[in-house]
Structure formats: C-alpha cells, structure tokens
Design a protein around this ligand. Sequence first.
Ligand SMILES: *Cc1c(COP(=O)(O)O)cnc(C)c1O
Length: 400
Amino acid sequence: MGKRDLRAGQLDTRAVWAGEETYWAERATQVPVVHSVSFGYADVDEWYEVALGRREGHIYGRNTNPTVAALEEKVRVLEGAEAATSFSTGMAAISGTLLALLKPGDRVVSIKDTYGGTSKLFLEFLPRFQVAVALCDTGDHDAIEAEVAKGCTLLYLETPTNPTLKVLDIERLSAAGHRQGAIVVVDNTFATPVNQHPLRLGADLVVHSATKFLGGHADALGGILCGREDLVQQVFHFREINGATLHPEAAYLILRGLKTLGLRVRQQSRSALAIAQFLSEQPQVERVFYPGLPGHPLHEVAARQMEGFGGVLSFSLRGGFDAVRRFLPQLRLAHLAANLGAVETVAGPPRTTSHVELTEEERAALGIPEGLIRYSVGIEATEDLVADLAQALGKLSREG
Ligand SMILES: *Cc1c(COP(=O)(O)O)cnc(C)c1O
C-alpha cells in the first residue's frame, strides 16, 4: 500500500491515518506494540548504515522504536511540524527541551502561571545552571515584551494556563521573541492541535503532556515535542542520552487515543462553554474562568487564535476551601483526581492538582483562590454534566 497524501487532509482524517499508512508484519492493519529492546542485523554493513542514520531502521529502544515512531509521526502531522520527538512524560519533554537548548549565561522569559512542574524548573533548577529566568504577570503582554527586550534566549509560553485559564497572544509574543533571536516554545497541552496551532502563529516548538488530551483516556503518561527540525534534533539527541524514553505500550495507547482527538476535543470544548455559561449564572459561584466567556479579559485574543476554547474551565465557590470540601464529594459524574483531558470528567482543587508542587504562599502569590475548582470536561452528554453540577450546588446552598 502506497503512502497516502495527508497534507491536504482535515484534522480528523490525519488523526486516523498519519503514521499508519503502511501495513506492518503479517499485514496487521494496526500498529503493533514492539516490545523488543533491540533490533538485530545479519549484515554488519547495514547495521552500521542504520547506526549512522544513513538508512532507516532501529537499533536500541532507548533511542528509537517503531511504535513510538508511529506516534511521533502522527503528532508531527497534527501540529503541522517539521519534526517530532517523544518522552516518558510531559515534564520529561519540558525539562529535556530546556536542558538541551539552554546553557549557562542564557536568559529565559516566561510567565508566572506555567504548569506547577514547569514553574519549579524555572524557580528551582534552571538557576542552579546559571540560567537567568524572568517570570512575568501572565496577562501583561507589555511587561512580557519589555522583559524579552532586555535579552532573551528562550521565550516559554503556555496558553490557556493552568488553572485560571489565562490567555497569551502567541503571534504577538512570538514576534517579540524573534526580534531578540529567542527560541519560542509553547505548551499546547490545554488547547490541543484541534483548537490551536502555535507553529502557524510563529512559535518554533510546541510541547505537550500527551498524558492529557492527546492520549485522552488517563491510562498512559507521555510527552511530545514538535517543531523546527534542527531544534527537535538537538533535544532528541539529549533524550537519547538522558533516557526519558516513551514506553512502546504507552506510545500505542496514546496513538489509539489520538484517532478520536477531534471528536473528543470538539465535544469537550462545546460542553465546557455551555457549563461555563451555566456556572456564571449560579449564586453559589463567585467567578468562572474560561476563555470562551465574553467577560474573560483576553476573550478577543482567544477567539482569534483558537478554534474552540478547550475542555478545561475553573470556578471559585463562595465560602472558600470549606465549600470546595463539601461540594466536590457531591459530584456524581466526576473523578476527584489530579489529571485532566480524559473522556471522563475530572474535578479537583489546584492545591491537590496542578499546583500541588507549590507552597500555599506560592499559590497565593499566583492569585489562585482557595475556593477554586478545576473542572476538566469529559465526553459525557452536556446536559448530564450541567444537571450534576446543579444538584451538587443545590446541596451546597441547602447545607449553607
Ligand atoms: C500535566 C501537564 C504537564 C506535565 O505533564 P506530565 O505528563 O504530567 O509530566 C505540563 N503542562 C501542562 C499544561 C499540563 O497540564
């Protein structure tokens, strides 16, 4: 079977076919999970050619694996990237990218609202390697541009952010980064390639926690980096040595999850918007954070750079953490858990999820209300989720 030309395909078509155009051993239509740690060669000259990268093939599982390669190809096509490489987790992808591309004396500019683990890298680990880090208020584009203008090797963005769904203008900030010769990296975990294409907006690299929406079923950890070939190669070379390789079993689960990415994320984004609108009308709810609401401070930017507004929202309850403690166990259609982006709805307070790595003071400094709940919308029927939230809020006011 010849390779299908997928360049013109719609996202849903590419999600199904990319990386899977060829039949495998025994004419299997599905990508096999290749557990083999090594790949054998009868011919030493051929083996040497593969080792030098002059011929396609695999040698040792820490470096490359066919199942993992099929996944990387699928994500590469979905993001419209030149190259892609994968990692054991999202944090392995992010830390690998930073450690491979930075050196002492470099300066990173980013925002205060990055994912908790990323924020730890910026505040605790990079300074040990003499890499300077400037973290700006997330909504303040002028401040970010001013920091970039002072000198910037790498501009690290994340939008929408976790957990208060702040938005950054990728096109504007990428241009600012490039004026200083910076590498621009965007964490696209919350938006997914269904809703947002950072590379088209000017970024050089896109990073994903594939654990979330890409896999979509909360049964595999993984991370992906894609974008400019020369940079991805540099990071891949580091990952070969640092060893944070994605397991083929996890690669297969993520690959399978990806086939329904469009169906899932469009449904999740539609439901999230309906739920955000519903919650903003409830008296027990103090505030709703969702870029799809017209009241969101950067709704215009979100509407310009996103096709849908994503499957995650957050809201704060009147009554602080005490209200959260009483409210969450009343939800019938939600796991109270730390992940997001799954087919099931998942809810939890940031102090036990995204920002568990931070201290109470650090969370307060980020303006994360103690009554905040992050709500990751699953693929359940929208009206069932709204009804579930309504009954749980009803109990809250009765217990008052
Ligand atoms: C979960 C997450 C990460 C980290 O990914 P892991 O797979 O848990 O290591 C990074 N960025 C964002 C936005 C995330 O939600």
